[in-house]
Design a protein around this ligand. Structure first.
Ligand SMILES: Cc1ncc(COP(=O)(O)O)c(C=O)c1O
Length: 436
């Protein structure tokens, strides 16, 4: 690998003694107290006061009636997707998913955990292209998708990197087409959105809503997630399914397929200790985003965008996108990449490699789902309608694919809320050097 440490462009920059992370857990001490409480009271199980408390506190914070604490955001998304499938298409046989034989419109530029539950439930994901304004699902492409597949009744939508998507538009489109929404707010806990003139939290915008407490999230339990809803019936069902669908009988009695998805009271102790720090973490992440924006303003790059009038992101990850005319050559295979430096230009992998050489962690933009080998044969809808089969050997520039473009030109910057301003200035200097 190329040695950035001896490259004269980086002269005077020293590697970080301890690694600067993309986004690592930030403990405050209160977590220990609640974990100890669980152990001392012997509630070392999937029942206990910590679970009850995190459910109460998160429901109150986000502004929903019910929160169901689960083992992961992925578990929450699975149960949310299954609830939607059952509502739309009825109960499935135990060996079949609720979405069998049905298409579901899905965010394309997201982590695959958002949309894998569609496959768990035997549904077929149709990926909806991204828009440049917020890097989330394009409402216009969604409208095109309903033209192509008017029978679709479910949309899974994520808020990437903590930036709210255009849910007002997406909700209106879904309402017109009688479709339900599963909202994936795993990355955006604490982000606010102006919905029809009212500020609300992400995690309240769908018919079924999910958050995550994964170790890299804005607050964490080491793992964990939640299903959020105003429906008592849905909350009760999710809780039942998450505890192996046990019926009220003295023995193990089962009417429905179940899962072992409930949150542990130990994990809930960590989450309970983190909740009081959510707003502090958001403020730190925001300061990081703004410091990057200021520090990088003279380079041919832009930060990940958001609609300042209609949303307040939680700024979970700071990202940049390189202007097209400042992109140095870079190619990617499925597992490897190659790039070349050109004066005044750079590429995501040059910047990521340079950052890594100085002991800091960045990451490529989440690779869009329609480009993933596993989903390469699934439909993909863009502003132009069907996004498959739009390229042409004889017409250059044919085929809009916003997600692929952001993936190609963008990257996630070290965004750890323990990163000091001095450390961040070094990262900014490294990025500047990349463009020399
Ligand atoms: C957008 C998104 N959805 C879902 C998940 C899954 O959450 P978990 O890791 O808690 O299962 C994650 C992250 O992990 C995510 O970033």
């Amino acid at each position: 690998m190329y040695n950035y440490l001896t490259d004269p462009r980086f002269a005077g920059i020293e590697p970080f003694e301890s690694k600067v992370w993309l986004s690592s857990p930030t403990m405050h001490g209160d977590e220990q107290q609640w974990v100890d409480h669980a152990i001392q009271t012997n509630w070392v199980s999937t029942i206990g006061e910590n679970i009850n408390e995190v459910e109460r506190q998160m429901a109150e914070y986000v502004g929903v009636k019910y929160a169901v604490a689960l083992s992961a955001g992925t578990a929450a998304l699975h149960l949310a997707t299954k609830l939607a499938g059952e509502k739309l298409y009825g109960q499935a046989r135990p060996d079949r998913g609720t979405l069998a034989g049905h298409r579901v419109f899905c965010s394309d530029m997201t982590f695959d955990a958002s949309i894998n539950p569609v496959a768990y439930e035997d549904g077929e994901a149709v990926f909806i292209d991204t828009e440049y304004d917020t890097w989330n699902m394009s409402p216009e492409a969604l409208e095109k998708a309903f033209e192509q597949y008017p029978e679709v009744r479910l949309v899974v939508v994520a808020h990437l990197y903590g930036t709210p998507g255009k849910l007002e538009e997406i909700r209106a489109i879904c309402a017109r087409h009688g479709a339900l929404i599963v909202e994936d707010a795993a990355e955006s806990l604490g982000a606010k959105y102006l919905l029809n003139g009212q500020w609300v939290e992400t995690g309240t915008l769908g018919d079924y809503n999910c958050i995550s407490f994964n170790g890299n999230k804005i607050i964490t339990g080491s793992a964990g997630g939640m299903f959020l809803t105003d429906s008592k019936e849905d909350a009760d069902k999710a809780r039942k399914w998450s505890t192996q669908s046990r019926e009220a009988a003295p023995w193990y009695q089962h009417e429905e397929i179940g899962y072992n998805y409930r949150m542990s009271n130990i994990i809930a102790g960590v989450v309970r200790g983190q909740i009081p720090y959510l707003t502090e973490h958001i403020a730190q992440k925001r300061a990081i985003y703004e410091r990057y924006r200021e520090g990088l303003k003279d380079l041919p790059v832009k930060m990940n965008p958001y609609d300042a009038e209609k949303s307040v992101p939680n700024f979970w990850l700071s990202c940049l996108i390189i202007n097209e005319d400042a992109m140095a050559p870079m190619v990617r295979g499925d597992h490897d990449y190659l790039y070349r430096h050109e004066s005044g230009k750079s590429s995501p992998h040059e910047i990521l490699d340079a950052i890594a050489a100085f002991n800091a962690e960045g990451r490529p933009i989440w690779k869009p789902m329609h480009m993933q080998p596993i989903y390469r044969t699934n439909a993909f809808v863009t502003l132009e309608g069907n996004g498959r089969g739009k390229t042409n050997a004889y017409i250059s520039g044919s085929g809009i694919d916003v997600g692929a473009d952001i993936f190609r030109r963008g990257l996630c910057l070290p965004s750890d809320n323990k990163m000091t301003p001095a450390q961040q200035d070094v990262i900014i200097d490294i990025i500047k050097a990349c463009f020399q």
